[in-house]
Design a protein around this ligand. Structure first.
Ligand SMILES: [Zn+2]
Length: 409
């Protein structure tokens, strides 16, 4: 819907369009039009079959690592470390079609492009499909890359549970994987000379810059905090205002403080999940819990923002727990310089969203990203979109980068 027709006579457009048409129906909800592509489900299986089919059709060597992530290789990565691209295929609940799949489809299309030009790489080229990037089912984002890099232990991964109480260990078993074999995978990591992940932009920066493709420089520092506000349950119809200890008041006030603090420090702060006890329309809340997500380009500014929010919560007697904190992840400077050399018009862009490229970078693997313009900036929604022409320019950029990195011959 809404896609411009592929340009006639363009092999690149045909290659991209055929893959896009094949993958688009998989895991799409007929009720919402959004995607529900969750880890270790039937839909996940279908996406893996799609990936394997694309690899086989191109005579690539298909392997899986110790977390079941799929790798398609052109050349032997055990002979010399390779240039790896790719992304993920899973989604958030009712997500859009581009977040993840654009990177994987573009990787195969870029490879087709290079082969059509008669390019012979001097180094192996790999395409990876990372599993469970969004963490929609088991709650931990980038589980596929976290486990193979050792960022998340196998024990912790096996013990994660979904909303139905099914453990990841059981889900792995049901999907045909042996949960006892998952874990840190130095052999696979040793094959990655560098990783370049193409991704749809999840904001509006490229619109303002008037460019279709950007080079990713870093992933902003970000964290999550849990705020527990105390109160006292009582009757909504008989308790005088002055006699109330309403947990919701502190929460509501703190939501507004979060907005003001983030604005003042040039950061982002979101309270997107709350829980009220007892949760009755005619009951004064005896407890209110809120989860705060805060991010920004500058670590001190994020910390200052959170400090103001915590002070506000504290004034209402709340206790605050830092559930996670991830410092800034900078992509590899030499790799970015190399990308800038072949994509001179592409602006540099940091991002507030997490990615597998960030997990690999934090594990010491040279990594970088390419972002493709998103005309609305909307992501994690069925309305997420990218113009076909911009997608094809993304493929061109990726092909150029891979050709440069894998050595022209
Ligand atoms: Zn993504």
């Amino acid at each position: 819907m809404g896609h411009p027709a592929p340009r006639e006579g363009s092999g690149l457009s045909t290659s991209f369009g055929a893959m896009w048409a094949a993958i688009t129906p998989i895991g799409r909800s007929s009720a919402t039009g959004g995607y529900r592509r969750y880890a270790l489900t039937r839909t996940d299986h279908d996406l893996r079959e799609w990936f394997a089919g694309e690899a086989t059709a191109r005579d690539l060597d298909l392997t899986t690592d110790r977390m079941g992530n799929q790798w398609a290789w052109w050349g032997n990565p055990d002979a010399s470390s390779g240039i790896v691209t790719g992304s993920h295929l899973d989604s958030v609940p009712d997500g859009g079609p581009f977040d993840g799949p654009l990177g994987v489809v573009s990787s195969f299309a870029a490879l087709d492009r290079l082969r059509a030009q008669g390019f012979i790489p001097a180094r192996p080229i790999g395409i990876v499909h990372f599993g469970d990037e969004e963490g929609a089912r088991f709650g931990v984002a980038c589980a596929g890359s976290r486990v193979i890099t050792g960022t998340m232990t196998a024990d912790r991964a096996r013990g994660l549970t979904d909303a139905d109480g099914i453990s990841m260990a059981d889900a792995l078993r049901s999907a045909g994987h042996d949960p006892q074999t998952i874990g840190h995978d130095p052999e696979t990591l040793g094959r990655i000379g560098c990783f370049v992940e193409l991704h749809v932009e999840q904001g509006r920066a490229l619109i303002d810059l008037g460019q279709p493709v950007a080079i990713g420089t870093d992933i902003w520092p970000h964290g999550r905090w849990r705020l527990d506000f105390p109160g006292e349950a009582n009757h909504a119809g008989t308790t005088r205002i002055d006699d109330r200890r309403d947990a919701m008041i502190g929460l509501a006030s703190t939501v507004l403080v979060a907005r003001a603090a983030a604005t003042g420090h040039g950061c982002l702060a979101t309270i997107g999940k709350t829980r009220l006890v007892p949760g009755g329309v005619n009951a004064i809340p005896s407890a209110a819990t809120a989860w705060l997500d805060a991010r920004g380009a500058d670590e001190d500014a994020v910390r200052d923002t959170v400090a103001e929010i915590v002070a506000s919560a504290g004034a209402y007697g709340a206790s605050v727990v830092e559930e996670s904190w991830t410092p800034v992840t900078r992509f590899d400077h030499a790799l970015i310089t190399r990308l800038r050399g072949v994509l001179p018009s592409a602006p540099l862009l940091g991002t507030g969203a997490g990615h597998d490229a960030g997990i690999l970078a934090a594990a010491g693997i040279p990594a970088a990203m390419l972002f493709v313009r998103n005309p609305t900036g909307i992501s994690h929604s069925p309305d997420e979109f990218a113009e076909r022409d911009d997608c094809l320019l993304g493929v061109e950029a990726l092909a150029t980068v891979i050709a440069d990195l894998s050595g022209r011959s």
